[in-house]
Write a new protein. Structure first.
Length: 194
């Protein structure tokens, strides 16, 4: 029995080391994923607000974790945040309800995780959940994400379409969503070290 446990420890250590090396390679690359912003959503029939001047999609590589990050505006007008994990990461190809922190607690991010999938297969890179990787960087990542269209969240498209807002709703602006994406990236990075 002891030798089986010893082999398990060696295998677990090797996987953890491989993932750590992957993150180190990502951070060490000279050519990093380009930060890009897209403005493609027509907002003419929305109520006016800070979303008018925000991009509808943003991609960047998180400085501290090296993970690819996205913010994409959903059909409700609310922003959604995503972080991609590489093959070999403990959360790769897991459902969003199956990803938890090392202590067993759910990932802590606005509204909880609500998305897990590969890159969307579409010709329009400005509107889907996927990034444009740097040359030589893999696009085989598993996206985990959250949305800001929960109870209490203002969704500008709906408010414009239906002509009202509910008292107490607040719009989750780009700066807030970026901070939540960075928080998600840190938690996912920590999972790779366990």
């Amino acid at each position: 029995m002891k030798s089986l446990l010893d082999k398990s420890f060696v295998y677990t250590s090797a996987v953890s080391t491989d993932i750590s090396k992957t993150f180190a390679r990502i951070r060490a690359k000279e050519k990093r994923m380009e930060t890009k912003e897209y403005r493609t959503v027509g907002k003419a029939d929305w109520i006016r607000g800070e979303w008018d001047d925000e991009p509808d999609k943003k991609q960047w590589q998180d400085e501290s974790t090296g993970l690819p990050c996205l913010i994409v505006r959903g059909t409700s007008g609310a922003l959604c945040g995503y972080v991609g994990v590489p093959e070999g990461h403990p959360a790769f190809e897991k459902g969003y309800d199956d990803v938890s922190q090392a202590d067993g607690e759910y990932i802590s991010v606005h509204g909880g995780l609500t998305f897990a999938n590969r890159c969307a297969d579409t010709a329009d890179e400005s509107k889907h959940i996927c990034h444009k990787p740097a040359p030589g960087e893999s696009d085989n990542v598993w996206w985990l994400g959250f949305d800001c269209a929960h109870s209490g969240d203002l969704c500008p498209s709906y408010a414009g379409r239906y002509g009202s807002t509910i008292s107490g709703e607040s719009y989750k602006a780009m700066r807030y969503v970026e901070s939540q994406v960075r928080k998600l990236a840190e938690q996912l990075k920590a999972l790779s070290a366990t």
